[in-house]
Design a protein around this ligand. Structure first.
Ligand code: CAA
Length: 262
């Protein structure tokens, strides 16, 4: 059986194909202290190795999703190299989330600020509670976003909209985040909405989901002609799978497909 480490700052549960990662330090608004980041890196390894997991959802306990990196830890940083290492270490954790083979959803139950929004940006999809507030307030602290925000936000919503958030540092309400394309859904209960979204995703072929995710992720980093080649390569891989035979046959036979994920 899969060995799951003991976590102090998060809870890990798998139910009906969904891995739930819940941040459990509500007193500090789930701020990403170094120890928390270490556990997030560990949990991504568990998710990647767990064959039961079809979709992963990240969410927070209490009034915050995650209120950012730990400001007291940042306050203690004094050296340019250590500052750089701090950012690189956080970026690496976000990269682990982005590189997960299964679709990922941030269920933004409350504040997603700074490193918390950056974590949500590393997920494939974002569902926000009606009362959630999202933002990159770093410049108000004399900082800039350092866990990927200056890069993933403009890639997601465009440079102009990203500048608005990054230069004002304002807290964006969920409904506005939806209009900006920053989140995919808004619902009173972000967790319930994330579960519904996960269930809709899980109706599809797991192998196709993994290849689709890989095509989007790898294509985003390269020029279009190369990106289209990546798409063609991965499309090519789908045609040899059981799931493609089954999915197309089921369509033609007017029945529901039974995917195996291979
Ligand atoms: N780091 C450390 N502690 C934090 C924290 C953070 N990012 N966010 C909140 N906390 C702590 C508060 O200090 C407070 O602790 P105490 O009870 O010990 O005083 C506790 O969590 C509860 O917070 P508040 O009392 O402030 O709660 P509130 O409801 O009044 O305000 C809030 C909520 C508007 C989210 C406010 O907490 C806030 O502005 N938090 C900081 C948000 C922020 O600036 N995030 C960016 C961090 S920098 C970063 O992330 C850099 C990067 O890109 C890597």
């Amino acid at each position: 059986a899969l060995e799951v480490p003991e976590f102090e700052f998060l809870r890990y549960e798998v139910a009906e194909g969904i891995a739930w990662v819940t941040f459990t330090r509500p007193k500090a608004l789930n701020a990403l202290a170094a120890d928390v980041l270490r556990e997030i890196a560990e949990v991504t390894e568990v998710i990647a190795e767990d064959p039961e997991v079809k979709v992963a959802v990240f969410t927070g306990e209490g009034k915050a999703f995650v209120a950012g990196a730990d400001i007291s830890e940042i306050n203690a940083l004094k050296d340019v190299f250590i500052g750089r290492e701090f950012a690189l270490a956080g970026q690496e954790v976000m990269n682990h989330i982005a590189a997960l083979p299964v679709p990922t959803i941030a269920a933004i139950n409350g504040y997603a600020l700074g490193g918390g929004l950056e974590l949500a940006l590393a997920c494939d999809l974002r569902v926000a509670a009606t009362k959630a507030k999202l933002g990159l307030p770093e410049v108000g602290l004399g900082l800039i976003p350092g866990f990927g925000g200056t890069q993933r936000l403009p890639r997601l919503v465009g440079v102009g909209r990203a500048f608005d958030l990054i230069l004002t540092g304002r807290h964006v309400p969920a409904e506005e985040a939806l209009a900006l394309g920053l989140v995919n859904r808004v619902a009173d209960d972000a967790v319930a909405a994330a579960r519904e979204l996960a269930q809709a995703i899980m109706k599809n072929s797991p192998v196709a989901l993994a290849l689709a995710k890989e095509a989007v992720a790898r294509g985003a980093d390269v020029p279009l002609p190369e990106a289209l080649e990546i798409e063609a390569d991965l499309f090519g891989m789908t045609v040899t799978t059981h799931d493609m035979r089954e999915g197309t046959a089921a369509f033609l036979e007017k029945r529901a497909p039974e995917f195996k994920g291979e």
